[in-house]
Ligand binder design. Structure first.
Ligand SMILES: Cc1ncc(COP(=O)(O)O)c(C=O)c1O
Length: 422
């Protein structure tokens, strides 16, 4: 397919300012550009007295015409924010509020642009992958990972996977990451999710720096795209575990190193149905503007535009003076459950060993040899009315984020009883 002149223009600008980023783009991303079509023209006409651009049903003065029930339910919200389209790349107020939150977490965010709003974190990862992952490329990741990466990188993008053992002793396996990168010639993609689903592990600050060092070194002579999945950011329960994103440690390290931050409100704001995520590009601002433009092409051709109503709601939450204290309250609730579960799963038992965990929403048990995780899971449902998730042939993932305190010891007792019978 011949590249559209607009795409050629974006690519030429990237070639001039950040050739390494252009080099890393997927064929789809090279074709992508945000067209000067309806949303663009509507944006330009936003201040016009008569605006006959966009297909939004209004009173002719820019106000929505809600139906009765929806008007009642959302009547206390500003009508335009509640009912009208979001800009394709997301609402400026949402992006600025999120950027300010990240800047508070780390001053290195100062030099990073606003990125785009996605329809949840999964969509941010998927977009990041569409921008940089060439069909058939290989993704390097630890062997304990969120199963949906297989859908995104494997099923959708026909990728292969190189998995290295997550742990070395009781810490993150930095040497394993290095070995996987050393064994991979040419363009490399690495996905790291901290705190981890399913292991509940967040690296120490020293491990984070070591990971950043390995990734920077690997980028000396080829592009290394790093997908930082920060879905569980901030849910950290031990002093030794870093609550910083790896993303910040990768900024400005090498022009070949392209850090992408995928995060959002799903867990951090405990707002699961909102579908608000963010994709942030750790590249120079000129290149960032073009990646935003190309992302807007993916958004427009995929979900159309991100959800406006929930962006408005999360803006209000982030700007609320109680927000930090409220997040801390949420983290505290989870920390209580974490401590109870840690004590319960750490008691001596021949039935499992527990992987080191210090953060997030989960812990992972490796069942003793001879036990099949799927069989244990089935018997837990039928014999104990207890639901857990199996992970690979020998592991069970326990989501303590959704347990009340009183259920934690009974859950662990039930697992021990069922394993004991098998
Ligand atoms: C590691 C990880 N990344 C991303 C997501 C996706 O989040 P969202 O629901 O916002 O798409 C999840 C959700 O469970 C997750 O566990």
């Amino acid at each position: 397919m011949k590249l559209h002149p607009e795409a050629q223009d974006r690519n030429a600008r990237l070639a001039a300012t950040a050739p390494q980023v252009l080099e890393a783009l997927s064929p789809l991303a090279r074709r992508a550009f945000f067209p000067k079509g309806i949303p663009f023209q509507a944006g330009q006409a936003a201040g016009c007295a008569i605006n006959a651009t966009i297909g939004q049903i209004t009173d002719g003065e820019g106000n929505p015409l809600p139906l009765a029930k929806l008007g009642e339910l959302l009547g206390h919200l500003p009508a335009k924010d509640a009912f009208l389209y979001s800009p394709i790349g997301g609402r400026m107020r949402a992006k600025e509020a999120w950027h300010a939150k990240l800047l508070k977490e780390d001053p290195r965010m100062e030099g990073v642009g606003l990125g785009v709003v996605s329809a949840g974190i999964c969509h941010a990862i998927s977009m990041a992958a569409e921008l940089f992952f060439h069909p058939g490329d290989t993704l390097i990741l630890p062997d304990l990972y969120w199963d949906n990466y297989e859908q995104i990188f494997g099923i959708r993008l026909e990728g292969d996977f190189v998995r290295f053992p997550f742990y070395e002793g009781s810490g993150f396996n930095v040497a394993g990451l290095k070995a996987a990168l050393d064994a991979q010639p040419g363009r490399a993609h690495v996905l790291l999710n901290f705190p981890s689903n399913p292991s509940g592990y967040s690296p120490t600050p020293a491990e984070l720096e070591a990971i950043a060092g390995v990734l920077t070194e690997a980028a000396a002579e080829r592009s290394v795209v790093v997908y930082c999945d920060d879905a569980y950011h901030g849910l950290v329960f031990e002093e030794v575990a870093s609550s910083k994103s790896l993303f910040f440690s990768l900024l400005g390290k090498h022009p070949n190193l392209i850090p992408l931050k995928c995060d959002g409100v799903t867990k951090e704001l405990s707002f699961f149905g909102s579908r608000v995520g963010f994709l942030t590009f750790g590249v120079a601002k000129d290149a960032e503007a073009i990646l935003v433009d190309k992302s807007m092409s993916l958004i427009r051709s995929g979900v159309g535009s991100p959800v406006g109503l929930s962006q408005y709601l999360i803006e209000e939450e982030l700007l609320d003076p109680r927000h930090d204290a409220e997040f801390e309250r949420l983290r505290g609730i989870l920390e209580g459950r974490y401590r109870l579960l840690k004590a319960a799963v750490s008691r001596p038992t021949p039935q499992w060993t527990v992987f080191p965990f210090n953060a997030g929403c989960f812990c992972l048990l490796e069942l003793r040899e001879g036990l099949d995780a799927e069989a244990v899971r089935q018997r837990l449902i039928t014999e104990e009315r207890v639901g857990v998730v199996n992970h690979g042939p020998r592991c069970l993932r326990l989501a303590f984020c959704s347990l009340k305190d009183e259920a934690i010891v009974p859950l662990v007792d039930a697992i021990e009883r069922v394993c004991g019978k098998m």
